[in-house]
Design a protein. Structure first.
Ligand code: NAD
Length: 244
């Protein structure tokens, strides 16, 4: 079945690879972005040239009205939404003692409330169709502790709770809800760690390298698609074996 997807945070990194893989697989894709309009439009142009059906839409996932407007725009352009990939996220290293309330709130607003907004905005279409798929992007740090990333880790654990609970709630309606928990993936997000730390993280990864956005996109596409038709409430670690 052809899917109509929203991928949040899709101008770069993992979201970009997910949007590309879905479009190349025949899905109609909304590339959501926050600030990097040029990158989003450049991706859309490339995918369109390849025969893909894509659109770009600026929205802060923390902003309910903006997310609703995006969902409406997708419906107008492509019809009912059948897939949500809640990927947009922010990360950073902070000692817990130094975390200001505004930082705590912003992490939760983007990483958790963002998922709530985009899923709820798309859900009426899926409930009406008695079908659909939702994939959240958490982190291996949502399953294990990460020193100096307590807030990030808490948001990613929350996403896993959301995924599992929503999977149970929506299962009778035919909508599947799953989660990908990436390990260390070589994107802009992790560049702040520096080359030395990244090299040691690659070494600490049993498969001996950092992940690529495409590694994660493959896991997302698997869970999103019909081949995963009997999977719901699952957390798939795309982490090179890091937390096995
Ligand atoms: P990235 O920083 O390259 O991409 C994140 C994207 O989210 C960016 O395009 C950014 O603009 C967007 N975004 C941020 N706030 C937003 C908002 N309020 N509204 C809309 N978009 C917003 O990072 P990435 O590595 O591609 O991360 C993608 C997801 O994967 C994130 O949820 C991240 O937590 C998760 N993740 C990444 C890693 C990693 O090692 N890179 C590991 C585990 C989980």
């Amino acid at each position: 079945m052809e899917q109509t997807a929203i991928v949040t945070g899709a101008s770069r990194g993992i979201g970009r690879a997910v949007a590309a893989a879905l479009a190349q697989g025949g899905a109609r894709v909304c590339i959501n972005y926050l600030r990097q309009r040029e990158k989003a439009e450049e991706l859309a142009a490339r995918l369109t040239a390849e025969g893909g059906r894509v659109m770009c839409w600026q929205a802060d996932v923390a902003d309910r009205a903006a997310v609703e407007a995006m969902a409406d725009a997708v419906r107008r352009r492509f019809g009912p939404i059948s897939l949500v990939v809640s990927n947009a996220g922010i990360a950073g290293q902070l000692q817990f003692q130094d975390v200001r309330e505004a930082e705590w709130d912003r992490y939760f607003a983007v990483n958790v409330k963002g998922a709530y907004h985009v899923i709820q905005a798309a859900l009426p279409d899926m409930l009406h169709a008695h079908a659909g798929s939702i994939v959240t992007v958490s982190s291996m740090w949502g399953l294990r502790g990460a020193s100096c990333e307590a807030v990030y880790s808490a948001t990613k654990a929350a996403l896993i709770g959301l995924t599992r609970s929503l999977a149970l709630e929506l299962a009778p309606t035919g909508i599947r809800v799953n989660c990908v928990a990436p390990g260390v993936i070589n994107t802009d997000m992790v560049q702040v760690l520096g080359q030395e730390t990244l090299a040691s993280l690659a070494e600490a990864t049993p498969l001996g390298r950092l992940g690529t956005p495409e590694d994660v996109a493959a896991a997302v596409c698997f869970l999103a698609g019909e081949q995963a038709g009997f999977l719901t409430g699952q957390v798939l670690c795309a982490d090179g074996g890091f937390i096995v």
